[in-house]
Design a protein around this ligand. Sequence first.
Ligand code: ZN
Length: 388
Amino acid sequence: MLTLIKHAECYAPKKLGNKDVLIAGTKVIAIDDNISLDCSINHEVIDGNDFILTPGFVDSLVHISGGGGEAGFASRTPEMQLTDATQFGITTVVGALGTDNISRTHTDLIAKAKGLKQEGLNVFCHTGSYHLPATTLGHSISHDIMYIDEFIGLGEVAIADHRGRQISLKQLATAAAEARTAGLLSGKRGTVSVHVGSGLTKLELLHQVADTTDIPLNQFYPTHMNRNADLLTSGIEFCQAGGTIDFTTSTTEYDLANGELAAAEALAYCLEKGVSSDLLTMSSDGHASLPIYNVDNELVGFDVGDESSLLASFKQAVTQFNVSIEHALQAITSNPARILGLRKGQLLVDHDADLVLMHKKTLAVHSVWCNGKKMIEDGDILVNGFFN
Ligand code: ZN
């Protein structure tokens, strides 16, 4: 089956202008000013006028098998479903455990990843959890990254958070070194995803590892950096020192009223401050618990992260905070893919046909393809998950 999208305004995420894009099987095989096909070949032609065509979104942190539990067993969040991602333009997710590495396991995480892959989504995972020494599926972090296709790194390891196990510099350096070496040996990046809490030490531990060992700062990928203005300032310093940072798009009214910055606002602020657009990303933290604590660390409320917030934040960045479509797209496509070592998040010939067609005026999702398979059409779900 061939699909030809005509005259859409294309973003690689760099703006390519109006182009024709040809999909064959699972790949994009041509991008050109004008592509015409022999009519004897079975093909679909889509009029791309009034639309923009972008790479499918890469959501670098989703608790695909559920997370949470900070308010007791009843507060364990449910697992995600295929259409939680595809309806909102997400074609690749990276799953991770979180606070709970006891009732949540890697056997369950990888089973969920394989299930979502069977349904058509691109899925990768991190081994470990908030805590070190890491719990793993196989013998070690190395075994998981080297021998399990889905595992690409470690995390989200918690620092500066009362929910983490207050890990030491040595523990973090050793685990990061293991992830890095296993990555080198298996052609992966071995990135360490870092959950940063609201503790006063902020990113200190990451700087200390980089300053006192041979692990480079860019082995770490700290997230939730829009948690408050102070942390965002540390994030800018982290970028200036050679790192990359991630903003969480799921949030609550309570958090926003208590110092959290919307991810779109944080993105715009960093760009204004001269941070390179290559160093900034957004992720949904989908299906995470969003526990609401008061100043005494007492739980006063509870919400659940939502993958739809990634698209909403992209739109908000462009329409409300004047971020260019290119820069906002980079943050949810090519940047997270590069940081995690994935050949995803770019509209390029010979790359996987993970694509989103959006209405030019509203940035609403019209169609979504995962590996050349159309999952969403005219905003409607074409491919449902097993239990949808
Ligand atoms: Zn987290």
